[in-house]
Structures are given as C-alpha cells and as structure tokens.
Ligand binder design. Structure first.
Ligand code: LLP
Length: 440
C-alpha cells in the first residue's frame, strides 16, 4: 500500500498534494491517509483469520473522531483508558459492548459511566481497583465484567517510558499471583470474570517478546477458563512500525516503496505466526489492542520552515512552525521521525547536518538533531513522517499555541476533520478574578 509518495516532484498523500493542503489550511497541519488506516486494519484482521478475534483499537494513539469513525466502520472494537475516550468512541458511533476499559487509576465516576454504557470489560490492574469496581457495581445494581491484567515479566518495547511488561512496572498483577487474585475476585458478588489481559510494551519490532509473553500467560488463561469460564484473552498492543528508513544511507525510504511494511523486522504475518499457535488451542476469543500499528504510518505533520540559523560554532538550525506541543515524541522519548521536504529534493543535492527545532522556549523542543537533510529554504514545507500515532493525541497548548488542524485524505478528496484552534479557543472557560474580589 502506497499512501505518501512523490508525484511530479511533490509529496502526496494518496491522490492529494500536501502543498495544496498546507496552502489551504495552513501549518502545522496533521494529514492522515484513510486508505492506510483501513489497509493496516484489514491486514492485521486477515493475518488473524484463523482465530476468533476482535481488534480493539487503542484509542490513546489517536482519538480524533474521524479516525474512530473510520475504524468503527471496519468493525473494530476499542481499547479505552478514560471516560473521555469512551465518550469519544460513543460519539463516533463505536459500540460500547466492544470497548475494553484499561488503566491503573480509573475513578469512581469513570467506573460508573462505563458500567452505565455496558462496556465489554474493565481491565483491572490491582486488587484495590477490583474492590472499587465491585463496590461501584453493587451500588448501581449491576455486575461489572472484569479481566485482570497479568504482568508476564517479559522485557519488550523501545524506550524505557513505553516498556510495561516487566515486574517493576506499575502495570498489572504479577503472573505468580494471578490465580490467587482471580480466586479473590470470584468471591466478589458484583463482578463477572470475563477474561484475562496482558500488554508488554509499545513499538516492539520483533516477534520473540510477544511469543514469550503469550507462552507464559496461555496456561494461566486455560486454567482460568476451566475454573471460571472466562471468555477472552487480550494480548494487548505493541506492534511496532517503521520510523527510521534508510534515507540517510541514500536508499529509498519506506514510504517511497509502494509497500507499507509494518516494521523492518516484523510483519503482521510473522506477528500472527508467533502468537496464533499458542492461542488457538485455548478456544478463547482473542482480543488485540494495537494503536500505533494502525495509525502511526498513516499520518504526517506538515510544517513550514520559518528561519534558518547558523551559530558561531557553525551549528545549523532549521526553525519550523511546529513545536514539541504539536509532536512531543522526539522531546519525550528521543523518538525518531523521518523529515522530508514536500518538494522532492534532487538526488544530487548535498545533504547537510542540521537540528530541526520548534519555536517553543525549551532546548528540548527539537524534532531532529544533527540530521543529514537536503537543503531547506525559508518558507519551505517539510513533512514529519509517521506522526499518526501519539502525535496529535499528545499535543498540548504549551506556550499558548493553538492546537493544529487535522485533515483526513481519502483518494483525491481531503476533509478537515478538526479545525485549527483559534486564539479565542485558548481562553475558553477561563475567568479573570474581578477587580473588587482581589485583596489589596
Ligand atoms: N494496550 C495497552 C494496555 C497500552 O498501554 C497501550 C499503549 C496499547 C495497548 C497500545 O500500544 P501500541 O499498539 O500503540 O504500541 N506515547 C508513546 C507510546 C505509549 C504507549 C502506551 N500504551 C509513544 O509515543 O511512543
């Protein structure tokens, strides 16, 4: 599948020139390819065809209504972590009975709301939370469907902030205590034990950790099915994508190939091959919670070069109009995003090392450091690639910068799916203290 490519010297998303979108809607601008999201969903779905399964998209990766709507129409379920995410899913037409509610700190209000909406399951992360859900369910005269999140103690994932499957993480219940905690949960009158869940980390680009974690949890799942009749096993998300292509070495980038390889070392088929053999004999419904894999490579952040600057020491800066408030992954995780000019560079252009930085008043506000880039001019458009996951979803108003607009492209048409915030939006809901009320 081929969604971002140069066509007649211009970078396109599907059939739409990105420069035309920037001219019409301004920058910074997030642009998504509907085809890529659909294609990734369908490929993962097809790879798991041998299993009774439900793909619950991890909403945290990109919770824009248009994305949720698109995936809902593919019959995806949703993995949510807050009342706000559930509200969004419902607003986008998603089915509550296909939502799993995860997260270590669900509040009473969130539990009440999700119970009222009749979600598929609460993925529970501690004994204290089990007791809270049992109490809230009792008060509202319901039985809460629950699954315990088991921490399989498997190391996986990219940056230390996104590894979750080791026992020292705050997530889940240790595998050695799982049966004991299920036994305790089975005695709580307002709970219904529906499943078991695990998630080992994010941006995992090899099959080994998935296979090891499934192998550890599968026997527990089998026992829980025998003992309590649980119905599902959620294997979490974490499937990694390509961020770093071989552009620097002069080869083609992934998005120029006409083939959206999910990751350099792990395809959906390999992923499925690593987990399906251990899952199939369980006879349980298998849930998956991919976020990044479905939307990561489907989005770019367009930005305009504001200024070029060379310091006394000869260091070059490309200052752009997007900042860490729009895309925080480089600042927070040293996340790598390919940066390409929207106007196709000539292969003979000499590349030069530069830092690409935003306007936010922090040294951490960078998108790339010492990156070899083709020559960029003031006013030129660049695209930060693979920004569809944990891009807009993690954006903030820091430095009182309005949130960017978002556009979804489908074929030759582009839809504004979120308007750019205005300055007025920045102060909505705020109140000055009236003069008379301020003590002098
Ligand atoms: N399920 C659970 C329980 C999770 O905690 C997560 C992600 C997912 C599923 C989805 O993982 P994915 O398939 O997207 O890897 N902001 C970071 C990533 C944080 C991931 C948090 N949990 C980043 O930008 O890399």
């Amino acid at each position: 599948m081929h969604s971002f490519h140069y066509h007649k010297g211009q970078l396109r998303c599907e059939g739409v020139d990105l420069s035309a979108l920037a001219a019409e809607h301004g920058t910074p601008l997030y642009v998504y390819s509907a085809q890529t999201i659909q294609d990734h969903f369908r490929r993962l779905d097809a790879a798991l065809a041998g299993l009774d399964h439900l793909i619950c998209y991890a909403v945290k990766a990109n919770s824009t209504l248009a994305v949720l709507d698109l995936l809902g129409r593919e019959r995806a379920g949703f993995d949510i972590v807050s009342a706000g995410e559930l509200y969004r899913v419902l607003h986008a037409g998603g089915r509550p009975e296909c939502c799993t509610f995860a997260g270590v700190g669900k509040t009473r209000e969130e539990i009440e709301y999700a119970l009222r909406k009749e979600v598929l399951s609460f993925n529970v992360e501690s004994e204290a939370e089990l007791e809270m859900i049992n109490a809230v369910a009792g008060e509202s005269g319901r039985r809460a469907p629950v699954a315990l999140r088991i921490n399989p103690d498997v190391a996986a994932g990219g940056h230390k902030y996104i590894s979750t499957g080791k026992s020292e993480n705050k997530f889940g219940i240790g595998i050695d205590r799982a049966l004991e905690v299920y036994a305790a949960a089975s005695k709580m009158p307002h709970l219904r034990l529906r499943g078991v869940q695990m998630h080992i980390g994010s941006q995992i680009t090899e099959a080994g950790p998935f296979a090891r974690a499934v192998a550890k949890v599968a026997p527990v799942a089998a026992e829980l099915k025998r003992e309590y009749g649980i119905e599902f096993f959620s294997v979490g998300g974490g499937l990694g994508i390509v961020y770093k292509s071989s552009l620097e070495s002069g080869q083609e980038a992934w998005w120029q190939h006409g083939d959206n390889t999910p990751s350099p070392s792990l395809t959906v088929e390999e992923y499925a091959a690593a987990i399906v053999p251990a899952l199939k004999p369980l006879g349980l419904r298998i849930l998956l919670e991919p976020g990044r894999f479905l939307v990561g490579n489907a989005g770019v952040l367009l930005s305009t070069v504001q200024y070029l600057k060379t310091t006394a020491s000869g260091k070059k800066f490309v200052i752009v109009d997007a900042g860490m408030n729009d895309l925080i992954r480089p600042a927070l995780y040293e996340g790598y995003h390919e940066i390409v000019p929207v106007r196709e560079p000539s292969p003979t252009d000499r590349r030069e090392a530069a830092d690409v930085v935003g306007p936010v008043c922090e040294s951490g506000d960078f998108f790339a450091q010492a990156r070899e880039l083709p020559p960029l001019r003031q006013g030129e458009l660049i695209a930060l690639m693979s920004a569809g996951a944990y891009g807009f979803a993690m954006a903030s108003n820091y430095n009182s910068r309005p949130l960017a607009a978002e556009v979804m492209v489908s074929g030759k048409t582009a839809h504004v799916v979120r308007e750019r915030q205005t300055l007025r939006d920045l102060i909505r809901g705020e109140h000055r203290v009236e003069e008379a009320a301020v003590a002098h």
